[in-house]
Design a binder for this molecule. Structure first.
Ligand code: ADP
Ligand code: MG
Length: 725
């Protein structure tokens, strides 16, 4: 490959930029129509109605909607918006928007800007081009979008175009959820209800509401855009399908938390400035483990807002990268042999006063509550490890899970030594007869001094308790966090309810609720403890041990996804009114189909690269070698030994043959799978047969890469992409 010298920093007038710099606090959220703006712009009674509708879920009357729409439009026009769009999250995992100009014709030659309450509250995008997983066949084809008041409308600037985006849910005309927001909202309601029930049961009478909180730590790669556009695999699928690992990878451990390069720091600054304007609390940034890999962690927020903000974050990361002539890769494993990217999804529950329910409390009373919530989560993970695994299953994430750098496909819970000991004491009976005093003696009162930063860190655990929250680490970097969060909320809602029932049942006999709670925890721990594991999740022993414990180990996505359509899963999601059977089945089908499409795109991309770039380049080199051999012989005589060149030539010829042969096998495998009508079978066939062939093919290409003249190699190599920026 001809090395190109990348632009070191985007052309930016630093002096001008510096002059303009103002504290973030002065512009944070300025491009959102948030509560503060509403209070300022809306008449008092309208504002109160909005707040009520938001808290109580009441329906807005048309007059109120009209008033809000008018104020929103005036605000958006001041910001330069010409269009509005209902912004929603179809089951593609991306966001969608259809723009409408504010214009309304007056007569034939004049227009005015108009935006009605009806246009604000409801939209009707054509649903037929979005995946519905069979819902459309069963029900009405049309869909509509409905305003989600809990997530502020925002201004999206794109080049010189400015649009008012209104977060919405996307629903079919018969009420089925066609998106990722609706089930999340339903699951938040479910977990909130169950958590409140437990708190009331334990005697907490003042709490009014509970909500799930999420803090997704986003990992990503940045490479020079020049390289990106020279690789169709990166452009089309986000992953380098061929390419040998560079001589230097991450072994020197010089990248993690290292100083951030100037060009990257400028990018981060620009990207965060946009996020701050949109009210996205981008808090922490640092270099990640792999070369050219970075992370951004936001301050946690209420789940629905956190999900919307993560979607906005991913969009912003990609679009700002283009301005800096960089490409932002969100793929889970863009470079084989180099660490992949995940999204650690931090999850907790908060009450309406902002108290974190997974924070060990100051009093034994609080500690009992803390222990119940802790055990409820562990229990939920134990019972539904298969669904949790399915929630992060994708073709891309399969390249990462279990690759000895990311959590494996086995879901287990890490608690750390201190908590594990406390739970073991409870389970062994030391705590069941405990009075408040004895609970203190057992060390539970020591919990409040558990310093978050002193808790054991186990980076290999897929589901770790990290002081005051759980961290679900198997989530993929490019995926929407909505479904994983929906699953967590739902399974934990069920677990809290079942614990509440057990405590209530015991209380009917003995009466002391704290004692009953501890006794229930004791019983539960006996059953659920196989899910607890503090050791090295990457080790081969763990795989064997997990099998002995009966924990599921669904290594590939096609196998993992089946957990979504078991009786257990269908009943659970139906019971909590998060997803009806039809809705859940549709999600299963969409994910299987997506797996098939992703794999097929990659297979076609790989064979195309091989046939149109690799084989031609290798053939040129082969010809050169052959000419060199024959010309040298001509010049120096037949007896001259040329074993080195001849061996290289022979191996190149062999490898070209193997590359060609494997391409045919991959294509034949795809064609064979395409003839299968059962999507599950098709996915398994592609996974088991075609993927294996693709890996073989890659090995041949990567060997060729190390032999063919560098000047002839048609693709940017890993070392160039990862170290030149
Ligand atoms: P790390 O896991 O890298 O050590 P932290 O523990 O400080 O970093 O936090 C990582 C992420 O966890 C941040 O995005 C933060 O907002 C989020 N987080 C912290 N507390 C909570 C919580 N109660 N609920 C959800 N997310 C949280
Ligand atoms: Mg983390």
């Amino acid at each position: 490959m001809k090395k190109t010298c990348p632009i070191i920093a985007v052309e930016r007038d630093y002096e001008v930029a510096k002059e303009k710099e103002i504290p973030v606090s002065e512009y944070y959220g300025e491009d959102t129509f948030n509560i503060r703006v509403m209070k300022l712009k809306l008449p008092g009674n309208t504002y109160r109605k909005i707040i009520d509708a938001y808290h109580e879920g009441t329906i807005l009357d048309l007059d109120t909607a009209n008033t809000v729409a008018h104020a929103m439009k005036e605000w958006a026009l001041e910001k330069g918006a010409t269009h509005f769009a209902h912004w929603f999250q179809p089951m593609t995992g991306f966001t969608a928007e259809k723009h409408d100009a504010f214009i309304d014709l007056i007569g034939v030659t004049e227009v005015i800007e108009r935006f009605s309450g009806k246009q604000l509250v409801q939209g009707e995008p054509d649903a037929s081009s979005f995946p519905s997983g069979g819902i459309r066949a069963t029900f009405e084809a049309r869909g509509y979008t409905a305003w989600d008041m809990s997530s502020p409308a925002f201004i999206r600037r794109n080049g010189i175009s400015t649009t008012l985006c209104i977060p919405t849910a996307f629903i079919s005309y018969t009420g089925e959820a066609l998106d990722k927001k609706t089930p999340l909202l339903r699951s938040s309601r479910a977990v909130s209800r169950s958590a409140l029930r437990i708190m009331k049961l334990l005697g907490n009478t003042t709490v009014k509401g509970v909500y799930a909180t999420l803090g997704p730590e986003q990992e990503y790669f940045l490479i020079d855009a020049d390289y990106f556009y020279k690789r169709q695999d990166l452009v089309l699928g986000g992953r380098a399908v061929v390419g040998a690992p560079p001589a230097k990878g991450q072994e020197l451990e010089d990248q993690y938390f290292g100083s951030i390069k100037e060009r990257i720091a400028s990018y981060m600054h620009d990207m965060e400035e946009e996020l701050f304007k949109l009210g996205v609390p981008a808090k922490t940034r640092h270099n990640e483990v792999a070369p050219s890999q970075y992370e951004l962690a936001p301050v946690f927020e209420e789940a629905n807002l956190a999900v919307d903000h993560n979607q906005i974050l991913m969009d912003t990361m990609r679009s700002v990268a283009k301005r800096h002539k960089l490409a932002c890769l969100l793929h889970e494993k863009p470079f084989a042999g180099i660490n992949g990217s995940g999204k650690h999804l931090n999850w907790s529950l908060s009450d309406n006063k902002g108290t974190n329910l997974l924070n060990p409390g100051q009093t034994p009373q609080d500690n009992v509550q803390f222990l119940i919530f802790l055990v409820a989560v562990i229990r939920a993970v134990y019972r539904h490890a298969d669904i949790i695994r399915a929630s992060v299953g994708s073709y891309a994430n399969d390249h990462r899970l279990g690759a000895n750098e990311a959590p494996p496909a086995i879901i287990s819970v890490f608690l750390g030594d201190q908590l594990s000991k406390i739970l073991a004491d409870i389970e062994s009976g030391k705590a069941t007869k405990a009075t408040d005093k004895e609970i203190i003696n057992l060390g539970i009162s020591a919990l409040p001094v558990v310093n978050k930063d002193n808790t054991d860190r186990n980076r290999t655990s897929p589901f770790a308790f990290t002081g005051n929250k759980f961290e679900f680490r198997a989530v993929g970097s490019s995926q929407s966090i909505s479904f994983p969060a929906t699953v967590l909320n739902t399974i934990i809602a069920e677990s809290l309810d079942e614990l509440a029932e057990k405590i209530e049942a015991q209380c009917r006999e003995s009466g002391n609720v704290k004692k009953c709670a501890l006794s229930v925890i004791k019983d539960e721990l006996k059953e659920i403890k196989p899910i607890l594991f503090n050791g090295d999740n990457y080790s081969a022993e763990w795989e064997r041990e997990a099998a002995r414990r009966g924990l599921p180990n669904n290594k590939t996505t096609p196998v993992a996804l089946k957990a979504l359509i078991t009786e257990k899963a269908l009943n659970l999601f139906e019971k909590y009114r998060v997803l009806s059977n039809v809705e859940l089945r549709s999600r299963y089908l969409i994910r299987v189909e997506r797996y098939i499409k992703d794999l097929e795109i990659e297979a076609k991309c790989l064979t195309n690269i091989c046939q149109s770039q690799i084989i031609p380049a290798a053939t040129v080199y082969q010809t050169r070698l052959a000419e060199a051999v024959s010309e040298t012989r001509e010049a120096l005589g037949k007896a001259i030994p040329l074993s080195a060149q001849e061996q290289v030539l022979k191996r190149v010829v062999e490898l070209v043959g193997k590359v060609y042969g494997s391409c045919q096998e991959v294509l034949a495998g795809v064609a064979k799978a395409e003839a299968v009508h059962d999507e599950q079978k098709k996915a398994e066939m592609l996974c088991n047969k075609v993927k294996t062939k693709m890996n073989e093919l890659r090995d041949y290409v990567d060997e060729l890469e190390g032999m063919v003249d560098d000047e002839l190699w048609p693709l940017p190599k890993f070392w160039e992409m990862l170290f030149i920026s």
